[in-house]
Ligand binder design. Sequence first.
Ligand SMILES: [Zn+2]
Length: 283
Amino acid sequence: MPRAGRVLPRTAQRGSSRRRAGRAGRAAGTVGVVPPPAHDVNRSGLVVVRADPELWFLLSRERRRDRASVPWDGDATLGHVVQSLGVPLTEVGALRLDGRPASPQERPVPGAELEILPVDRPQVVPGATGFLLDVGLGTLARRLRVLGIDAAYRNDAADAELVREGLEQRRIVLTQDRGLLMRRALWAGAHVRGDRPDDQLADVLDRFAPPLAPSTRCTACNGELAPVAAEEVAGELRAGTRRTYDEFARCRSCGRVYWHGAHGKGLQRIVEAARAVVARHRG
Ligand SMILES: [Zn+2]
């Protein structure tokens, strides 16, 4: 099935320069490159942080304001400063230092003003094949699957496994664990906003605006559904279901049988709400 690239829309992304910014200019023989400053306590001081209000929920209460001064040790990069405030770089679309674009690898100077902007929505993650959900987000995983969105989920995966699987399978890890999002080996991730599954679903749809294909994916295992003739599945259905429905599908992975209307009103409500959220981005 042509799955790659189907999940995410293609629009410009301002975001994550973290993985793109390499060690340019450090090759042997390069001349004229200024080495990064060594740790020097004399350079330490305060940095003024201006975080976008959309990110305030990640900050400690006293820092939820337009400008907050934070100590800088003379060595930490902007990326370290941001993460030390509790904001994973996955949630950052751009940094500005004294009004100009800056990379997370840069270091500030005392008194500098650091602006932290959230990721653009919808966010595009080039090469992403789908999502991988952290423990505790099982209900969200099932709702994404109802909408036909590729949402892998295991309720027993350790952080390191999630990070590894996300990297190997090019999946965006969805979690509410900031420590997980700050792991260096993470390929792509997002902090899911909201406690209720309705809110979490709305947040993921709003953030990534993935194409929807309701009733094409198994809610139990995330496998893809294939149409199947009624007579082939007749023996697996209750008499009432056989009489009432005539369109059936079977999961290619686990063999579970689905019929049109199997999710009833609950499905309709989720699909309509999802279409409204995604339509806001896609016009
Ligand atoms: Zn299945």
